[in-house]
Design a protein around this ligand. Structure first.
Ligand code: KIV
Length: 296
């Protein structure tokens, strides 16, 4: 059920409205989108945030992980999503290598996401150790979102995609990460792949909205990858993924039906064909008849 009454004008979602939602215990919704049609559909469905995630790498570009996606690719897809988004907050991921080198380069790349692609918030992975950098980007007037727990850009350091924050020391580190981001003034904190008990503790502790993915139901909001909820992926889904539709079956069925129709000469039919205007057709028939008569 939508909380927005029919005909009620939709408000533009801002960083401030996310805080309001947390304050009023209203769940925040976020989905990824990487192009104009999907971003437009997500926006029109009144989802609060559209995230052009670096999951673009696997979901759309067919890479094995997020590490190889470039800033140019992220900008290209963020621009496309921008054209489809009117009310949602548009968040663009900073890809691996675009903010780790130094603060000046991070600010330059974050500014490109805003200026050249229309992102309203940029997201960087990492907690305590990124707090100073995040502070500097925010100081350059660019809202930043944090992302802690299972951070996919650290896949090689983590040795795979594993649930984080299982030991007491790991829980303590996650709490330090979350409070450092909270103090740095991030727009929201993505909590990925952590036990729900830890996500609940963080959510209760920080003023910043928390957005969970594989972090249980007690976060201030939830984000999922759109291709995962639509079954438009080729790998078995993670435990936390809920399939809300089966686009793979729909697309495969449509493609096979097209192939069969063309092979069986059922497509295109006469209704799907253009026709000559009646006068041209009559004139053409006359010409053809004359030619035939001359050949006899
Ligand atoms: O890239 C992405 O899609 C993300 C979400 C999983 C939060 O960062």
């Amino acid at each position: 059920m939508s909380l927005i009454a029919a005909g009620e004008p939709r408000q533009k979602i801002t960083v401030a409205s996310l805080r309001e939602k947390k304050l009023h215990h209203q769940p925040i919704t976020c989905l990824t989108a990487y192009d104009y049609p999907s971003a437009r559909l997500v926006d029109e469905a009144a989802v609060d945030m559209v995230l052009v995630g670096d999951s673009l790498a696997q979901a759309v570009l067919g890479h094995e992980n997020t590490l190889s996606v470039t800033i140019e690719e992220m900008l290209h897809h963020t621009r496309a999503a921008r054209r489809g988004v009117k009310h949602a907050l548009l968040v663009g991921d900073m890809p691996f290598g675009s903010y780790q080198i130094d603060a000046a380069e991070a600010i330059r790349n974050a500014a490109r996401a805003v200026k050249e692609a229309g992102a309203e918030v940029v997201k960087v992975e990492g907690g305590e150790k990124r707090a100073d950098l995040i502070h500097r980007i925010i100081d350059a007037e660019i809202p930043v979102a944090g992302h802690i727990g299972l951070t996919p850009q650290s896949v090689n350091v983590m040795g795979g995609y594993r649930v984080q924050g299982k030991s007491l020391s790991a829980v303590e580190q996650l709490m330090r990460d979350a409070t450092a981001l909270d103090r740095a003034g991030v727009a929201f904190i993505v909590l990925e792949g952590i036990p729900r008990e830890v996500a609940a503790m963080i959510t209760a502790e920080v003023k910043t909205p928390t957005i969970g993915i594989g972090a249980g139901p007690d976060c201030d909001g939830q984000v999922l990858v759109i291709h995962d909820i639509l079954n438009l992926t080729f790998e078995p889904p993670a435990k936390f993924v809920h399939r809300y539709g089966d686009m793979k079956a729909l697309i495969t069925g449509a493609i096979q039906a097209f192939r069969d129709d063309v092979a069986g000469r059922h497509y295109p039919a006469d209704e799907e064909s253009y026709h000559l205007p009646r006068e041209t057709r009559t004139a053409l028939e006359t010409v053809l008849e004359r030619k035939q008569a001359m050949r006899r």
